[in-house]
Design a protein around this ligand. Sequence first.
Ligand code: G3I
Ligand code: 9MR
Ligand code: ZN
Length: 451
Amino acid sequence: MTFPAPFNSLLEEVVRMFYLQRCGGTLQTEHAGDFSHPACHAAPSRVYGTEEFLSVTGGWHDAGDYGRYSAPAAKAAADLLLAYQAAPALFTDDTNIPESGNGVPDLIDEARFELEWMLKMIRPDGAVYHKVTCANFCGMIPPHLECEETVVSPVSTTATGDFAGAFALASRVYGAFDPAFAQACLDAARRTYAFLRSSPPLPFHNPPGITTGEYDDPCDADERFFAAASLFAATGERAYLDDAESLWSAELPVSLGWEDMAGYGYLCLLFSPFAAGDEPFLQTLRERFFAHADALAGASETSPYGVSLAAPLPWGSNMYLLNNAVLLGEANRLRPSYRYAAAVERHLAYIFGENPLGMCYITGYGEHSPRHPHHRPSAAHGKPMPGMLVGGPDSGLHDHLAKERLLGKPPFECYLDELESYSTNEVAIYWNSALVYALALYGAMAGSLDT
Ligand code: G3I
Ligand code: 9MR
Ligand code: ZN
């Protein structure tokens, strides 16, 4: 994809962020430059409240902290796989990661790195552990210096549904690269789904003594719907479609957030080669999907900033904005329309700097970009790692510095380029992944805006 300077290397660098977030092994200088480090978090992890230890090494550090959390991991992996499906020609095999030159696009290698870790987070009965983290957040140290014991927290049905959905999607994508791995992904999807189907909701809350990110989500209906829809798209088996239909409800938001995953279920079914176009359930989904896309395009046309988000802005608003760009971009692939395409471009323009603060919200790009992200490796090195999307304005003022400095500010200005402002200036894998997916869709429609 070509962008105007200084954005020409953007997509590659935004994908390389995932390599730089890798946990478990050494990051060599030849690939990671200043952000190389010895192996981190390599010891076995205690299963919470027991004397049992598991090897759950690997995966990407979630964000500015070094936790590895299952639900956001599944969203991030799904975004990368869907980005590849939308625009395979954009992703090359030469971006200087250890797997470069192996004949498989680096994006597909990178997603597999996460999937291999995710396989380790599945309990033998098919339930998925919610996260592996130290008991508490550490200071601003590099990853290999966080040496406290890591703890595997209890299972949740939100994580289990997300895994079933993401592994079923992976089984479709890896079929072309490694059939044995694709089969392992499909087995994992069926196994986690079988547990989910037989289990009442198991919501997650931090157990006593654990204070890291909670990713608490009281509703697992959307994850169940995504899981069934994705398994149908992978297998064509009618039972999964019947499940998806009974799990679906009009109340499930058409969303791609870590907490609201039903939008992925829509995408699985609307793009599925197995889905008969005249099936009434699919027609219902199609109508709701396009009604939602039209509403997003309408909001973006009337917004002073050209985007579909309006106040109040949540923690990680840049992700919600890019998730909407993705929905618009996918609507455009299904039913090409200048309206959708133009809205995708405006959303990306906002992220690049057409916003009230004139900030490019990606480290290392544009005239004004974050210098002090809440990201431990960057803080430890005294310079921002490039290619990271920060969370952006959060009008809820969720950290002490935001409360102190932003009270009374307009919502779109509730952002601080300060290390301490984790609610506005942190980074996260599932925020970068939304950017990768939106950029891929933008690349896929390149040229359609000029006509
Ligand atoms: O569920 C309520 C909803 O009912 C209400 O309408 C809405 C209004 O703002 O709030 C919703 O809760 C929000 C929740 O996310 C779910 O969307 C909370 O206010 C909000 O504070 C919460 O923010 C999350 C934050 O962790 C705190 O839990 C962010 O989405 C999430 O991205 C962030 O994730 C952190 C991890 O915990 C740790 N690692 C870093 C990562 C990024 O900052
Ligand atoms: O650094 C933590 C960040 O990764 C989390 O997203 C955030 C919210 O869970 O919490 C940060 O840790 C802060 C903690 O919550 C409160 N004390 C200050 C910590 C930041 O240094
Ligand atoms: Zn690590």
